[in-house]
Design a protein around this ligand. Structure first.
Ligand SMILES: Cc1ncc(COP(=O)(O)O)c(C=O)c1O
Length: 328
């Protein structure tokens, strides 16, 4: 970083600097739509926001992420439902109709030209001032990024993850159920776990019940075989969890579980589980084998984690009513 004679840059200098940034640090961003730019860019150097957008300097924005699997967008309607609900709670004005937003997401995915990855989209309250309230006359910004998605190590699925109870407080319910760009507690929780050589953290609520993980939900299989998930009133309503709760009864007939329950889960009950699971669009379903240095069940990935992953993967490829084909 220069300490003296800081140059005053031209627009060409700025673009060159943005390109250099991306050359030094490779990214897998395929396409980016910005309502502020009025189009789609594929050069990561141009995937930018004005600094005074309220989402940047005050965190006044919401987002959501859907998966792109084998050339198809999975369960976009569920993610759009949550996005629109988040926008309402954050008092953000939608940039257009749901159909218009869906069309932009689909077209950006088509331009990206990759058949696997993730599609993340944001709504910001727009630029125009550095004040606390949105700028007068600010136009909401809508952004769509198609990228490679988050990658997790294969051993998470084969040998399982180790987690810890985070020392960071859970978000108050309103903020936890709203998918805003304020992820500080989630970021700190994951960093804290990694600093301790663990894979992730778990939030516990103020009544001593299990909440969720950093960007994933958690669920359990009790000793008598019930698949248990925390209630969604104080954590994010995961689209993956909701879908799996609907699909899981198929495992009862196969003798893998005895029932499905969404209820408050006291930590002591949770620790006695046979299996503990991490669930989300990016991780799908992965087994947790250790929590606060104590084994879950026999300390090995269990059959329900595997069966739920198979159910989800099947749905991602064959769940016709949940797949949109952008025509890549
Ligand atoms: C805090 C939090 N909980 C849970 C989830 C899982 O949600 P989904 O299954 O929709 O990815 C996410 C991911 O978006 C998250 O950020």
């Amino acid at each position: 970083m220069p300490s003296a004679h800081i140059p005053v840059l031209t627009s060409e200098d700025v673009i060159a600097a943005m390109r250099a940034l991306r050359t030094n640090q490779r990214v897998n961003y395929y396409a980016f739509y910005s309502s502020q730019l009025g189009g789609i860019v594929t050069d990561p150097a141009l995937m930018v926001l004005p600094f005074d957008d309220h989402m940047v300097h005050r965190g006044h924005g919401v987002f959501d992420t859907a998966s792109l699997v084998d050339g198809k967008i999975y369960d976009l309607e569920a993610h759009l439902d949550r996005f629109i609900a988040s926008a309402g709670r954050a008092k953000l004005t939608l940039p257009g109709t749901r159909d218009e937003m869906r069309a932009i997401i689909v077209e950006t995915t088509q331009v990206a030209g990759h058949s696997d990855g993730a599609i993340r989209y944001w709504l910001s309250s727009g630029p125009g001032s550095l004040e606390l309230s949105p700028a007068r006359g600010a136009k909401p910004g809508f952004f769509v990024m198609v990228f490679a998605g988050l990658a997790y190590p294969e051993h998470w699925y084969t040998t399982g993850l180790k987690v810890m109870t985070t020392t960071y407080p859970i978000k108050p319910s309103l903020y936890a159920i709203t998918k805003t760009t304020n992820y500080l507690p989630n970021v700190l929780m994951q960093m804290e776990a990694k600093e301790q050589g663990l894979d992730n953290g778990v939030f516990i609520d103020n009544d001593g019940n299990v909440g969720e993980s950093s960007n994933m939900n958690v669920a359990f299989v009790t000793q008598d075989g019930v698949l248990r998930h925390p209630t969604f009133d104080h954590i994010l309503s995961g689209c993956t969890s909701q879908r799996l709760l609907a699909l899981a009864p198929a495992l009862i007939g196969r003798g893998l579980i005895t029932g499905v329950e969404v209820c408050e889960i006291p930590v002591a009950d949770a620790r006695a589980a046979k299996e503990m699971l991490l669930i989300g669009s990016s991780i799908k379903v992965a087994p947790i084998v250790e929590w606060d240095h104590q084994k879950i069940g026999d300390g090995k990935p269990g059959p329900v984690a595997r069966a739920l992953l198979d159910l989800l993967e099947h749905d991602m490829h064959a769940g016709r009513d949940r797949l949109i084909e952008p025509g890549i």
